[in-house]
Design a protein around this ligand. Structure first.
Ligand code: PLP
Length: 405
């Protein structure tokens, strides 16, 4: 059979190779500790699953859901955003329900790019950002993220010829996989740059709540001075683009509310961008199941203590894992955010993260993600997802130590 050429660039997928390596390790009798996927192992809160369970027996939830039927979800998202960032959002024109942030960010290029146009992406970056550009027939300019630049791109390095053909830039902070947080001053620079060059600015923001540093002062500040509280949070792109002139931001319920399997998220942004993405989505889906939106409304409007408990859980895991790695002489930086540890590989693996990960899982059962899978500039790194208890993470580090020795 002959398939469309647009599938060709989607074939390079080191995560599929890792999946095979994990299956082989299991078949060979290894007890696999899987730290390769950022899929939270924590359960969604009871008030969320109860709202979904209740919806199931309400037959009015069983039919197709058109845009107007999502109004209460859009209102919940707008209020959630306003309360967190103090910026008003119009639920009619500035919010769009999504089947996850991956779906939204992958569809966005179809609304913005003509074939051959460039998208400026973070390298390393989340694979769906590149996947969406390929599906839209666009070209990718990877903006390298280096440790010495705090994993922020240098806009001045983008060649003029590329910029002339570029239509969009995609950012995502706190960043998967490097765990970096971008300051508001960087977002201000990005917004000014996108305005100057006529680019749409996409900000993928799944780790909005998964921020560790200063967490204690953050919780203290939350009950006190609002301005202080916002300074400590990971910023939203609209703190730099208050009138929503060029940006669209993508949110998910997967991380903050442990609802990854339920597939629900939303975009907030410039009303023209929201309308354009809505047009693409109208051609391919009929929104999320009403019952899952009910669960998401309950998550966004209900008690937020489970979000804090999850962050605390990931912080304890981070501390256990980082301390254990440092204990075996692997000096990794302490991640300020996300649910990952981004570790520079020691010799002789420094230039072959795929080999490191496949051999590690084969000989120890510990599965991690090779940095190369996130882009060329990810080579030389490995990403560990903190999706196991501290005791299992420490056991994984003991196995890693044996492997390195
Ligand atoms: C940067 C980024 N975007 C999107 C996603 C996927 O989010 P969702 O579950 O909402 O599709 C992830 C998941 O790990 C991610 O890290």
């Amino acid at each position: 059979m002959q398939f469309a050429k647009r599938l060709d660039p989607l074939q390079f997928n080191v995560f599929a190779d890792m999946d095979r390596a994990k299956a082989q390790a299991r078949a060979a009798g290894q007890n696999v500790i899987d730290l390769s996927l950022g899929s939270s192992d924590l359960p969604a809160a009871a008030h969320i699953t109860e709202a979904i369970a209740h919806s199931l027996s309400d037959t009015s939830t069983h039919g197709y859901l058109l845009f107007n039927g999502t109004r209460d979800f859009r209102e919940a998202a707008a209020i959630w955003y306003e309360q967190k960032f103090g910026i008003a959002v119009n639920p009619e024109t500035e919010v769009l329900p999504l089947i996850g942030s991956q779906e939204g960010t992958a569809h966005m290029p179809l609304a913005v790019l003509n074939p051959g146009d460039f998208a400026l992406l973070l390298d390393p970056g989340y694979p769906s950002h590149a996947g969406g550009v390929h599906l839209a027939g666009g070209q990718i300019y990877p903006m390298p993220l280096l440790a010495e630049n705090a994993f922020l791109p240098i806009f001045e390095d983008i060649p003029t010829a590329v910029l002339a053909q570029s239509k969009m830039m995609v950012l995502s902070y706190p960043h998967n996989p490097t765990t970096a947080i971008a300051p508001v001053a960087f977002f201000e620079k990005a917004v000014a740059f996108c305005r100057e060059h006529g680019l749409v600015l996409v900000h993928d923001f799944p780790y909005v709540d998964l921020v560790f540093d200063d967490r204690n002062s953050l919780i203290e500040a939350e009950s006190g001075n609002e301005e202080e509280y916002r300074k400590l949070m990971a910023p939203s792109i609209f703190q730099a683009d208050r009138d929503k002139s060029v940006a669209i931001e993508f949110f998910t319920l997967s991380k903050s509310y442990s609802m990854g399997g339920f597939r629900v998220g939303y975009a907030i942004g410039n009303s023209e961008l929201i309308a354009a993405l809505r047009q693409v989505k109208a051609a391919v889906d009929f929104n999320q199941y009403r019952g899952i939106l009910n669960g998401a409304i309950s998550a966004l409007t209900g008690p937020q203590d489970t979000v804090r408990t999850s962050v605390e859980t990931f912080r304890k895991r981070r501390d256990a894992f980082v301390n254990a790695l440092q204990g075996i002489g692997w000096q990794v930086p302490v991640p300020p955010a996300t649910m990952y540890v981004w570790a520079k590989l020691p010799e002789p693996w420094a230039q072959d993260s795929v080999k490191f990960c496949t051999q590690l899982v084969q000989s120890t059962g510990v599965a991690a993600s090779p940095g190369a899978g996130f882009g060329k500039s990810g080579e030389g790194y490995v990403r560990f997802a903190l999706v196991e208890s501290p005791a299992i993470l420490e056991a994984a580090v003991r196995k890693i130590a044996e492997f390195l020795n």
